[in-house]
Design a protein around this ligand. Structure first.
Ligand code: FAD
Length: 382
């Protein structure tokens, strides 16, 4: 095993780190308080190629392997998970689905705009009544001549009010996952309405929305992939998406480690830096272990994808471990900061709030556990 980075990967990691330190870190707390990331960050991400990673250049992508993609997501996660999530959803869930399942026309229509940051995508799977049980979604698409009419409600949709295109999963057939079809719905279509959900614990700078589709008309050319194969589109997007969440969690944990080590060295109590106390060192060592273990699990997924090997279960393991590790790391880092960790002058409180949702979305920790259990036993417990 070669766990080192190539010169190109190291250069990309440095580029991402400098960008994050210059253009994200100084604003992250203010965006969090204002509940809105400055949208001008999106085309900047596009200029750097971060919104086109792993996609082919012919459609505006910036190429690169999945480990490089993880390195960028780690850095973005260290800076602000709200920004990392914008990339993970618009590129990771929407752009990559179009690249994998789209017609030439759909790729031409959407990919250059998504990769440049001129447009954003959102991924509409969850509904008020179906979260973990996504295969039983109830949004309907019915044929009307050569068109489809979509009606239903989507819940907790990242980028929901910012997006130009929504990848919407709707029922076109009978119950269960075989009756689901995917559609690319322009968000300016008549009957499409997105409302911001305020008051989130974390990811406060990110536009999370409830989307109502009231008879939204789209042509059959808006269907992404075959009729009845929408759940396959969703699950293959999420299998890679879980790696991207895991990479963001590695960034959170790394940010916690950097902040906690720095603070422990500077903060004196009882006449000595708190870094000299064994119980503080134990907290730091625990965070360091979580960073390394989460990073290795995540990089393994990237390596499997790049070598064309099956990766879905490893992606669940990485997401499960890294999300729980990020929560633990942030909690431990907050402890190192004492009372100062509890106010937003320092980043660790925000890391903790942002990390918490990573154990919930793209499949909760319980669902990842059951996916791993199913892979081990061949028996589905859900
Ligand atoms: P439920 O499914 O109701 O789960 C509640 C609890 O029950 C959980 O602890 C769960 O683990 C447990 N549970 C459920 N079933 C089982 C079982 N069989 N065995 C054991 N335990 C079980 N969705 C999108 O489609 N697109 C997005 O862009 C998106 N972004 C999000 C952003 C944020 C900030 C948040 C909070 C959510 C987002 N989601 C998005 C939705 C997210 O994926 C769901 O919240 C998640 O899948 C869980 O669904 P739920 O909230 O309905 O919880």
């Amino acid at each position: 095993m070669d766990l080192g980075l190539s010169d190109e990967q190291e250069a990309l990691r440095r580029l991402a780190a400098e960008f994050v330190d210059r253009e994200i870190v100084p604003h992250a707390a203010a965006w969090d308080r204002a509940e809105e990331v400055d949208r001008s960050i999106v085309p900047r991400l596009g200029d750097l190629g971060f919104l086109g990673m792993t996609l082919p250049e012919e459609h505006g992508g910036s190429g690169g392997d999945h480990l490089s993609y993880c390195l960028v997501l780690e850095e973005l996660g260290r800076g602000d998970s709200a920004v990392r999530g914008i990339v993970s959803v618009s590129l990771g869930l929407v752009g990559k689905s179009i690249a994998a399942y789209g017609t030439d026309e759909q790729k031409r229509d959407w990919l250059p705009r998504l990769t440049s940051g001129d447009a954003l995508g959102c991924f509409g799977l969850t509904e008020p009544g179906t979260g973990s049980d996504a295969a039983n979604l109830t949004t309907r698409a019915v044929r009307d001549g050569g068109d489809w009419l979509l009606t239903g409600t989507k819940m907790f949709i990242t980028n929901g009010t910012w997006a130009d295109v929504a990848l919407v999963f709707a029922r076109t057939g009978g119950p269960g996952h075989r009756g689901v079809t995917a559609f690319l719905v322009p968000t300016d279509a008549d009957g499409f309405d997105a409302r911001v959900i305020h008051g989130k614990l974390g990811l406060r700078g990110q536009a999370t929305a409830e989307i109502v589709l009231d008879g939204v008309r789209v042509p059959d050319a808006a269907r992404l992939g075959p009729e009845g194969k929408g759940f396959t589109v969703a699950m293959s997007a999420l299998a890679k998406g879980r790696m991207s969440v895991a990479a963001g969690c590695v960034g959170i944990a790394q940010g916690c480690l950097d902040a906690a080590v720095g603070y422990a060295r500077e903060r004196d109590q009882f006449g000595k830096p708190i870094a000299s106390y064994q119980l503080v060192q134990e907290l730091l060592a625990r965070i360091a272990l979580d960073v390394d273990a989460a990073r290795l699990l995540t990089w393994r997924v990237a390596d499997l994808i790049d070598r064309g090997q099956p990766f879905a279960t490893e992606s669940s393991k990485a997401k499960l471990f890294a999300s729980e590790a990020a929560v633990r790391a942030a909690n431990d880092a907050l402890q190192v900061f004492g009372g100062y960790g509890y106010i937003d002058e320092y980043p660790v409180g925000k890391y903790l709030r942002d990390a918490r949702v990573m154990t919930l979305y793209e499949g909760t920790s319980q669902i990842q556990t059951l996916l791993i259990g199913r892979a081990l036993t061949g028996v589905s417990a859900f």
